[in-house]
Design a protein around this ligand. Structure first.
Ligand code: 3HC
Length: 689
């Protein structure tokens, strides 16, 4: 039963009951429509609508979006509620999102619980509100707030919902409060559809459009929502609704919405891997080794999740630096309003900094975030295995190093795994969980449980140089450097990738993170690099000149005192000199050429990663690229995007590139197989099919 109903005297109680979050599927819509007719037939004086469990309603059931719309349609259900003789009151017990908020707006009154939220997050799924949200919300809260709520998709907490006028009251028990509303009060409240629409305000709309355009980087839904709100303002209610519905349905079946739904469901599936059978260790205290930017960020993220942290440094000086790093993160979070004073005190209490390993003795989990050197890591692990209980899980945050080599020196390598965080560790959502040759399922289960506690997106990776994400990144940078020496410029490459949907291109990103880590990696890889493979030493030349990126005032670009990026003729000279010495005759690359080569290089590498079993699925690679590396979410991640191109087309384009350089552009067997079998990468598995 997706909707339950009963009456007590002349009051009807209707409850949406579709666990876990009361998504509004066909059965819920039908149940609500039946409840409208029931309340009218029973001549009830009001209906109080609430949700069973933790949600009021999380919105339309997005799983239905892959098929044709199924009757009854939500707008028709809401029209029935809104125009019924029996007034409906929404008692919003938990989240009311998307269609859930739209149901509430069609009710005569809305009362919300203090911990509940209400909002229209449709644009985050690549659609616009499709059941009156763009038409009813401006009538309730005015144009400015409606534009903000719909274009950002951010839900409002109860107090903000009250302040904007979206709800009538905040009450601990919204059902009781709905019961207590005097009949005369209810009778005086006009249905939302009868409220006047706000007047068109050209400058407000233009400002919203400008703000959204600056952020959307190719994603269309929020801009379409502004068009629909604007055009609906001076139309009759019904006409505005029809217009909204047409755009909703168009977007719902489009590529961007499909990609965003894919990321939404893949993210949720990643949190509960069905292959993991072991129970995680109970963790209350964690040892973090290394209090640099990464270690301090990890310690802070752990404290945010209510864990106690012992942050271990090598000496008193290191401990003092670590203390400063943690204090800085706490202050920044406080300044941004992410935590309050009490929260800041709590984080300070939870993180103890020491240079004594024995102080970490009570920890059942350790995360090493020390200097990226095999000798340093092995020494740290030896000390951890002495100081911690014999069954403690030992994790390394290494970005590239061989976990099996780290584990080999320990008596029990089964409790070693990689937990690869991304900077800033307390903000970035991706967590690569790296399985070594001997890592136990219990250690992996602990990693996944930790990710859940930290609200991160966990992805299982195997051992290789760079795991999933950094290995793809290395290939991306290699392909970009080849473009540079062959004829392009850092700014042309960056511009092309921004146009593709990245927040910044590869060169601006390197200047921001610093050039020295990639440089050290290239030196480490010197011994194993295929001598047939083309090597472009431009980045090495920059590092040799002390150009390590923005922090040194110069890298791929030069930076003014105010941090403005300036193209630098010195870089051009280096590029031209390297091209000359390599005997390259430079050519011109269009933005499309650049995009094509960089994206194809990443896709091909990702397919090799799949083929080698380093990643378990194409969806996992999508999550890594979206949540760790800024791949445009609305493209669904790297391999979802590849599937929109099609394996056969990718193989055709790679084939042309491999004529130029058969080593760098050697086509992955996974792509060849998918092209041959007409199979999507999303469906590729190594098991016999
Ligand atoms: N449709 C289908 N399934 C949904 C769903 C939805 N709208 N929202 C959540 N779910 C599913 C999840 O996939 C997950 O399923 P699983 O257990 O099989 O993995 C389960 O519900 C629980 O979800 P979460 O793990 O996300 O639970 P949380 O407690 O962390 O978060 C939530 C709950 C805040 C409701 C979050 O799920 C959420 O933000 N959901 C999406 C809300 C949304 O975007 N609504 C708008 C839909 S579009 C719409 O309404 C169009 C309308 O205008 C016509």
């Amino acid at each position: 039963m997706s909707v339950t109903k009963h009456r007590d005297k002349d009051i009807g109680f209707v409850e949406i009951d579709n666990p876990p979050v009361n998504a509004i599927g066909q059965a819920v819509r039908q149940g609500l429509l039946d409840a409208v007719r029931w309340a009218e037939q029973e001549r009830l004086t009001r209906v109080i609508l609430t949700g069973h469990g933790r949600a009021f309603a999380a919105g339309a059931d997005a799983r239905e979006f892959d098929g044709a719309p199924i009757e009854p349609h939500l707008p028709d259900v809401l029209n029935a509620i809104e125009t019924s003789d029996v007034p409906w009151v929404a008692a919003i017990n938990g989240v009311a999102l998307g269609g859930g908020a739209e149901i509430a707006m069609a009710c005569r009154m809305r009362i919300i619980a203090p911990g509940a939220q209400i909002g229209l997050p449709e644009v985050t799924l690549g659609v616009i509100p499709g059941a009156g949200g763009t038409v009813r919300l401006p009538r309730l809260v005015g144009l400015s707030d409606a534009l903000e709520i719909i274009t950002t998709g951010k839900p409002l907490v109860a107090a903000d919902a009250l302040r904007t006028g979206l709800v009538h009251a905040v009450e601990d028990d919204p059902v009781d409060a709905a019961l207590a509303i005097p009949g005369e009060t209810l009778a005086c409240i006009v249905p939302t559809r009868e409220l006047p629409a706000p007047k068109t305000d050209i400058s407000l709309i233009a400002a919203a459009r400008e703000k959204v355009a600056a952020k959307s980087r190719g994603q269309v839904a929020a801009l379409r929502a502004i068009d629909v709100i604007e055009h609906g303002l001076d139309k009759p209610f019904g006409q505005a609704l029809s217009m909204e519905r047409a755009v909703f349905l168009e977007l719902r079946s489009g590529e961007q919405a499909r990609a965003l739904r894919h990321v939404f469901f893949a993210e949720r599936a990643a949190k509960a891997p069905d292959w993991l059978r072991s129970d995680p260790a109970e963790i209350a205290r964690v040892a973090v080794v290394g209090g640099g930017t990464m270690g301090a960020g990890i310690a802070y993220a752990l404290s945010n999740a209510g864990l106690t942290v012992t942050l271990v440094e090598t000496d008193a000086e290191g401990a003092a630096r670590a203390t400063d790093n943690v204090a800085r993160i706490i202050e920044t979070s406080l300044g941004r309003g992410l935590i309050d004073r009490a929260g800041a005190d709590d984080r300070r209490r939870r993180i103890g900094v020491t240079d004594d390993y024995s102080a970490a003795g009570g920890a059942r989990l350790a995360i090493e975030a020390a200097f990226e050197s095999m000798d340093v890591k092995r020494a740290v692990f030896a000390r951890l295995s002495e100081a911690l209980p014999s069954d403690a899980i030992l994790a390394t945050n290494t970005s590239y190093l061989d976990i099996d080599e780290i584990a080999a020196s320990l008596p029990d390598p089964t409790r070693v795994l990689g937990l690869h965080f991304f900077a800033p560790a307390h903000i970035m959502k991706l967590l690569e969980i790296v399985r070594g040759a001997k890592t136990s399922d219990a250690a992996l289960a602990t990693g996944f449980a930790l990710a859940k506690r930290l609200r991160k997106v966990p992805v299982l990776a195997g051992v290789c140089d760079g795991f999933i994400g950094n290995r793809i990144l290395s290939r991306y940078r290699e392909a970009a450097d080849t473009l540079l020496i062959d004829g392009s410029t850092p700014s042309a490459v960056d511009a092309a990738m921004v146009e593709f949907g990245y927040a910044m291109g590869p060169y601006e990103a390197q200047d921001l993170s610093g050039l020295e880590i990639a440089h050290a990696n290239r030196r480490r890889q010197d011994a194993t690099r295929d001598p047939q493979r083309r090597y472009v030493p431009i980045a090495d030349r920059l590092v040799a000149l002390g150009r390590l990126g923005k922090k040194t005032g110069a890298g791929w670009y030069r930076y003014s005192d105010t941090g403005t990026r300036i193209e630098d003729p010195i870089v051009t000279d280096i590029v031209l000199a390297e091209a000359r010495s390599a005997g390259v005759s430079r050519t011109v690359f269009s933005a499309e050429d650049i995009r094509d080569r960089l994206v194809l290089a990443m896709i091909n590498e990702a397919c090799d990663i799949l083929h080698e079993g380093i990643a378990q699925s194409a969806a996992d690679i999508d999550l890594v690229t979206v949540f760790g590396y800024g791949f445009p979410r609305w493209r669904g991640g790297l391999l979802h995007h590849a599937d929109t191109l099609g394996a056969a087309e990718i193989v055709r384009r790679l084939g042309a590139l491999s004529l130029e350089d058969p080593v760098a552009w050697k086509i992955s067997p996974v792509l060849l197989e998918c092209a041959n079998d007409n199979l999507e990468l999303a469906k590729w598995t190594r098991a016999p099919r």
